[in-house]
Design a binder for this molecule. Structure first.
Ligand code: ASP
Ligand code: MG
Length: 466
């Protein structure tokens, strides 16, 4: 098989982990063509973002101290993970080059005292630039042949939307193919930096946080891989958050659309656009645990097999949100009410997670992230209260609970089971929303009821019994 294997930062936190990861790649490559995609070492992207913050606040010493820490961390891991002295020496030289470029960049940015979106992408792309050198060197240390490539070097070309770029797929396909195919023919394992590419002018761009998943699927689509494996520190997509539900189980198989819903709901964070490149070629994805490789994890395909079909596949939760209820007689039968409310919030940069309107049209309820709540209420009060809206009610700590599963489509009685189970457990349902795709049934409860509700639904749909 030809497999793209992506390792998240939590799989690359220590020298020991990196050696374990390399061993897995080395073994897998005996019978397969393997292309590796790596995130930055655990926490490094956050550290780079902190550095940017310090520069913007003209806190030069703090930025320098952070950089020094980052350097120490990488040199230490490099020394501890490579045994052969020649390979180790070469690795340290490569890190020297990258780290002095990073140091130069920090110096330049500090002089300017500002970090533009373009320079931020350049700055935060260094995490992956460093991690791929280490992983590739450890593979060489284990007598595999390997080469490290940044996203740009691998041929990923994107638009110039810094911070959340998209690949230009046709150009990317040509470049990635001509770069990667010859390596695979020569049995050389490419270790590609996730998260970043470059625009047509050669400026580094990134795909947004968690973007290495996206890199993996883009590469998979370009080289027509048989499978993509996303390796992290969890066993796969789960029927519920195991921290909340003790008997939560790994879900063996889901469809792309179900996985997309689950990714959005944060059951396991996957970059939401990651599925796009897989759809047309129907390339299967596996979500696996780097440190439990006997477990095959969750398989994501276009059409999951019949015996994995279930009405509901998982109960996901987004905790700690704010709910805003808007009322007013003048909202009834007045076209443009919703448009005005939503555009007012949009102008203030507030993202709405859930919406519901009663058919009487006298109230609209929305849910926003907790950190947006103050601003949202403020904006509504300043612009619309006393005019279109007569009254605003706020509930500060609510959770969204979502049931996900394509088997709900057209199945009678799901809602009665859901709300019956909630009622029997004394959970009050504050708000409900279901799109007509019937893939996702979401409702809102007080956060203090969240645990009980999730467990009750997990039991009701018997998700612990596979
Ligand atoms: N290193 C990047 C991040 O932390 C990309 C990734 O991990 O996928 O967001
Ligand atoms: Mg990540």
């Amino acid at each position: 098989m030809r497999i793209v294997v992506k390792f998240g930062g939590t799989s690359l936190a220590t020298a020991k982990q990196i050696r374990e990861v390399a061993k897995f790649i080395h073994n897998t490559s005996k019978n397969n063509q393997v292309i590796v995609v790596c995130s930055a070492i655990n926490d490094v992207t956050d550290q780079l973002l902190d550095i940017s913050g310090h520069i913007q606040k003209a806190n030069k010493d703090a930025a320098k101290a952070k950089l020094a820490k980052l350097k120490r961390q990488h040199y230490q891991i490099a020394r501890d993970s490579v045994m052969g002295s020649k390979t180790r020496k070469q690795l340290l030289q490569k890190l020297d080059l990258d780290l002095s470029e990073l140091e130069g960049l920090l110096h330049g940015l500090s002089l300017l005292g500002e970090v533009t979106p373009r320079s931020l992408d350049y700055l935060i792309s260094f995490g992956e630039r460093l991690s791929i050198q280490i992983v590739s060197a450890v593979l060489i240390d284990m007598k595999s042949r390997s080469v490290a490539l940044t996203g740009k070097e691998a041929g990923i070309v994107t638009d110039s939307n810094f911070g959340s770029s998209k690949p230009l797929m046709d150009t990317t396909r040509l470049r990635v193919l001509s770069k990667i195919e010859p390596l695979l023919t020569k049995k050389i394992i490419p270790v590609i930096g996730g998260f970043a590419g470059a625009d047509q002018h050669g400026h580094i761009t990134t795909f947004g946080r968690g973007g290495s998943d996206y890199t993996a699927t883009i590469i998979a689509s370009c080289v027509k891989a048989d499978e993509v494996w996303l390796m992290s520190d969890v066993d796969g997509l789960m029927t519920a958050d195991p921290k909340m539900v003790k008997d939560a189980k790994v879900i063996p198989e889901v469809s792309y659309v179900e996985a997309m819903e689950m990714a959005l709901f944060g059951a396991k964070q996957i970059h939401p656009r990651s599925f796009e490149p897989l759809l047309s070629k129907k390339i299967p994805m596996r979500i696996r645990n780097s440190f439990n490789v006997d477990n095959l994890g969750t398989l994501v395909t276009a059409n999951p097999s019949e015996d994995t079909m279930r009405t509901v596949k998982c109960v996901s939760v987004i905790r700690h949100n704010g709910l805003i209820d808007m009322r007013g007689g003048s909202m009834v039968g007045a076209p443009g009410t919703a448009a005005t409310i939503f555009s007012t919030l949009a102008k203030a940069g507030i993202n709405i997670m859930m919406i519901s309107q009663s058919p009487s049209e006298s109230s609209i309820t929305i849910v926003v992230k907790k950190q947006d709540l103050d601003k949202a209420v403020n904006t509504l009060e300043m612009n619309l209260l006393g005019k279109m809206i007569k009254k605003i009610d706020v509930t500060t700590d609510v959770s969204i609970i979502a049931l996900i599963g394509s088997g709900m489509r057209g199945t009678v009685g799901v809602a009665s089971k859901v709300f019956g189970a909630a009622a029997r457990n004394g959970v009050n349902v504050v708000m409900i929303a279901q799109g007509s795709s019937e893939l996702n049934l979401a409702f809102v409860v007080k956060d203090s009821d969240c645990q009980a509700a999730v467990q009750a639904l997990h039991d009701e749909f018997e998700l612990a019994s596979n």
